[in-house]
Design a protein. Structure first.
Lengths: 456, 65
């Protein structure tokens, strides 16, 4: 009996309590309660953007290398180069990780939005603005990267990405439609505006949020909205196009200057600077393609700042949001709205800020459509016209090495081309313009539809 | 006999009150979390000629400009 008392009873007590070992206890982490604690979640993310570590919200040099390595401004058939993928097919697995990581940032935004709802301190309002803006931008990125090209005619039937609007670790939402995803992204950007200002303390300024709304409307071929927002920014943001003599300094400056609405890697004494010096070398190891090199006109300031005599990159490879992009959005949106004169006005305004002595283009002086160009149809599936070609050319020169060209190809017909690497030919097929949804999500949720082309 | 009974009782107690486990999500460890990358093909003669043309254009460009 004494054995029973001494051994069995204590043993039973120990065993009866042992299921609690699975209970999650705070391990040095703080469950946010105060405004400052919620704001700290946003400050951490903003610090990543400003230090250049963020590859997912605004994107960094790594993002530029990914998308320029996947597109055709640099020609992998001349030389693959170092540290760059030869084409998008090489990156499908790393891009699935980006999908997962984007939703981790969305989770943080949802924690802040839920926790600070209704609070009115400056800190709470600033953090709320940043959370809504960041979530809206991430949904815009998810839409472009993990869903097919946007066609308004079938956007209600095509899959977008899952909408995660609240913190619920057990929820397994399936994909919303393209249309619903786009509307949700815009609703988050719109929700940010009452909280944002043009103070850069919270990074996501009112002008930046509006610029992303213009980008989103442009991607979704909502030409009226895209034109209205872009033109509002051109007229009322207080920014002007940087003239040719300030162009290079504007691109090289660490902090946003001139026409730059926002840029990453503002903190140029970031702990990642050693890494970015390697990245610059990698990007400059693959020459610019002949088709792009031929596009520059004499007197174009971008020719001297984009690449050297060996056609190797010399432009600072950063992700930026600039006023010049708003001119390009306005020009293309006005073209689709049937206003070629207004489109030409915006195009000529941008050209005069980039090309010394540029003669204004008119419909009569526009060069004819070239044979053999990679883009042969526009976003609506119609043949490229001389005016649209001029807008495309300007965009390609202007946004070179800012990670835009890949999406320009995706938006306009997803042309196929090939690259020869290590003696084998790899074709950039249409499906590769859209990255796969995170594979584990598809396995856990049978209703989660994977993108075409990524069969098990 | 008494000792045997105690051992039986201990084993029974262990089995009856032993640590429970949480239900886990469906097991996926046996499947790959990565996709097989698209395979390359042997380039045709036309492809090789096009590649040579691209490289010749580049050599010409850097040697003349």
């Amino acid at each position: 009996m004494s054995i029973c008392k001494r051994i069995i009873l204590p043993l039973l007590l120990l065993l009866a309590g042992c299921t609690r070992y699975l209970s999650v206890q705070p391990q040095g982490e703080v469950i946010p309660k105060t405004d400052e604690e919620f704001a700290a979640l946003m400050h951490g993310r903003i610090r990543d953007i400003e230090g250049g570590g963020d590859a997912l919200v605004l994107g960094n040099m790594e993002t530029v290398a990914l998308f320029e390595g996947s597109a055709d401004d640099l020609d992998a058939n001349i030389r693959i180069g170092d540290g760059l993928i030869s084409y998008a097919g090489e990156a499908i697995n790393s891009r699935m990780s980006d999908y997962r990581d984007m939703f981790e940032i969305i989770r943080d935004c949802n924690i802040v939005i839920e926790g600070l709802a209704g609070r009115t301190s400056d800190t709470a309002r600033g953090a709320l603005g940043a959370a809504y803006a960041m979530k809206g931008i991430l949904y815009y990125n998810l839409l472009r990267e993990f869903a097919g090209p946007y066609d308004p005619a079938d956007a209600a039937a095509e899959p977008g990405v899952p909408i995660v609007d609240k913190v619920d670790i057990e929820a397994m939402p399936s994909r919303a439609s393209l249309k619903v995803t786009a509307e949700y992204a815009d609703s988050q950007l719109a929700a940010a505006l009452p909280f944002t200002t043009d103070d850069r303390k919270w990074f996501f300024t009112t002008t930046l949020v509006k610029a992303y709304r213009a980008r989103l409307a442009f991607w979704c071929e909502d030409w009226d909205t895209a034109a209205a927002i872009a033109e509002d920014l051109i007229d009322h943001s207080g920014l002007t196009l940087t003239p040719p003599d300030g162009y290079k300094a504007m691109l090289d400056a660490a902090a946003p200057t001139g026409e730059v609405i926002a840029k990453t890697h503002i903190d140029n004494s970031s702990e990642l600077d050693w890494y970015f010096s390697y990245m610059k070398g990698y990007i400059a190891s693959r020459p610019v393609c002949a088709a792009l090199a031929r596009l520059y006109e004499p007197g174009d300031i971008r020719l001297a700042t984009s690449f050297n005599a060996k056609r190797l990159n010399t432009k600072a490879p950063e992700r930026r949001v600039r006023l010049s992009e708003m001119y390009l959005i306005a020009a293309e949106a006005e073209y689709h709205r049937g206003h070629p004169d207004i489109a030409l006005d915006y195009l000529n305004a941008l050209r005069s800020a980039r090309i010394e002595g540029a003669a204004p283009l008119t419909e009569a002086t526009l060069p004819p459509v070239r044979e053999g160009d990679r883009i042969t149809e526009d976003a609506a599936g119609k043949a490229v016209t001389p005016l649209l070609q001029a807008i495309f050319d300007e965009r390609r020169r202007e946004l070179y090495m800012e990670g835009d060209r890949f999406f320009e190809l995706k938006r306009n017909g997803r042309p196929e081309w090939w690259v020869i690497s290590n003696g084998l030919k790899y074709t950039m097929k249409k499906y590769l313009y859209t990255a796969p949804i995170y594979k584990q999500d598809c396995e856990l949720n049978p209703d989660m539809q994977q993108n075409p082309g990524y069969e098990d | 006999m008494k000792t045997k009974l105690i051992y039986i009782f201990i084993i029974f107690a262990l089995l009856a009150t032993g640590c429970g486990y949480e239900k886990l999500p469906p097991k996926t460890d046996s499947t790959s979390q990565q996709y097989v990358l698209p395979k390359g093909e042997i380039p045709s003669e036309t492809d090789r000629e096009a590649l040579a043309e691209i490289r010749a254009e580049y050599e010409n460009y850097i040697n003349t400009d």
